[in-house]
Ligand binder design. Structure first.
Ligand code: AN7
Length: 352
């Protein structure tokens, strides 16, 4: 299976045509959320772009394939990133494929266990700091500016072009540009990538108007909504627990130019949206990703979206990365019964 570089080569800055480090990323499902449409009761077409279907389970793979290919082409000896989890998983996997050493800096106790295990099993050197993502990013930027190690955070110039391919795919899948695009925002790299991606396709003559971008945060980790950096961001959606976004200006430009909005949702709304998506649409995304659905519901409630429109929500990461959170918040009972036909049948009969 070919990845996003093969598919969208003409749009991507590739240093050496012969060197492509790919795990078959991209080409993720665009799923119509019919049950959600019914639930909101308006004439809206709502789609989910399921980025958790990427090789390491998040959208980060799109940027990482290009960043890693070019790092190899430039003979980098190693790569480094700070991460809330998904970037470290993607960096570790693509570095493994490339045969490069990866160093990943993570905030102690604040990344999902699945993501941490990914970094380990792919063979990265994991460095845990007694601090948050923002502090980690400051450190890796400094290291990458002095050493020959390549930074593969979204500040790497190839990450954003790679991530733009998600916007191209959506338009190619829908055969049109959506009216609205909802996505979670942390550092703002992906918001910037989507906006630039949609604008690139618009400039290529594919449509006249790019979608309005709605970028969604968690209430207590909402620097964009508040209009200033936040020192101690807190949210159960650890992937977007970011107080000093690196793509501050570009994200503000994307929201303003697209006539979109920043939205903040409570952790409770995010968890509710995550559970609803799983139970009613069959899609298990991680909490941060559910912020886009929580944001959409809030936007609909506030009449920010017009009737008769097409909406795409990006579900940035896979729910399987963070099952501990589900365990904590989902009200479930698991009692064992005797291994007899009668016992099992009794339970089924009571449930039907
Ligand atoms: C699932 O992995 O920042 O606004 O270090 O993992 O581009 O930062 C992750 C971010 C949304 C926010 N959804 O994207 C990291 C990291 C998920 C994420 C975001 C992240 P950006």
């Amino acid at each position: 299976m070919s990845g996003i570089i093969e598919k969208y080569k003409t749009y991507l800055p590739l240093v050496n045509d012969e060197i492509i480090i790919s795990l078959g990323e991209g080409n993720t499902p665009l799923v119509r959320l019919l049950n959600l449409e019914k639930k909101v009761g308006r004439s809206l077409r709502i789609y989910a772009k399921v980025e958790g279907a990427n090789p390491t389970g998040s959208f980060k793979d799109r940027g990482m394939t290009l960043a890693m290919s070019n790092a190899v082409a430039k003979n980098a000896p190693a790569v480094i990133c700070a991460s809330t989890g998904n970037t470290s998983a993607a960096a570790a996997a693509y570095a493994a494929k490339a045969g490069l050493k990866a160093f990943v800096i993570i905030p102690e106790g604040k990344i999902a266990m699945g993501k941490l295990m990914q970094a380990y099993i792919y063979g990265a050197m994991v460095i845990q700091i007694k601090g948050n993502f923002d502090q980690g990013l400051t450190i890796v930027k400094e290291i990458a500016s002095n050493e020959s190690i390549t930074l593969v955070n979204s500040l790497n110039p190839y990450r954003i072009p790679g991530q733009q391919t998600a916007a191209y795919e959506i338009v190619d899948q829908l055969q049109l540009a959506p009216d609205y695009h909802f996505l979670p925002i942390g550092n703002g790299g992906n918001t910037t990538a989507y906006w630039q991606g949609y604008e690139t396709y618009r400039n290529a003559g594919k449509y006249h108007k790019s979608p309005q971008i709605f970028a969604c945060q968690a209430e207590n980790a909402a620097p964009f909504v508040e209009g200033h950096f936040v020192d101690k961001p807190e949210t159960i959606a650890t992937a977007i627990r970011i107080g000093k976004p690196a793509y501050w200006q570009q994200s503000n430009i994307a929201i303003e130019a697209s006539e979109g909005r920043f939205l903040a949702c409570s952790d409770a709304c995010i968890i509710k949206a995550q559970q609803m998506l799983a139970a009613q649409e069959g899609i298990f995304c991680e909490p941060a990703s559910a912020a886009s659905i929580a944001g959409l519901l809030k936007a609909i409630e506030n009449n920010f979206v017009q009737e008769g429109t097409t909406i795409v929500c990006t579900l940035t990461g896979n729910g399987l990365k963070d099952t501990q959170l589900v365990e904590q918040h989902l009200d479930f009972q698991l009692n064992s019964v005797s291994p007899s036909l009668d016992a099992v049948r009794k339970i089924i009969e009571q449930a039907i």
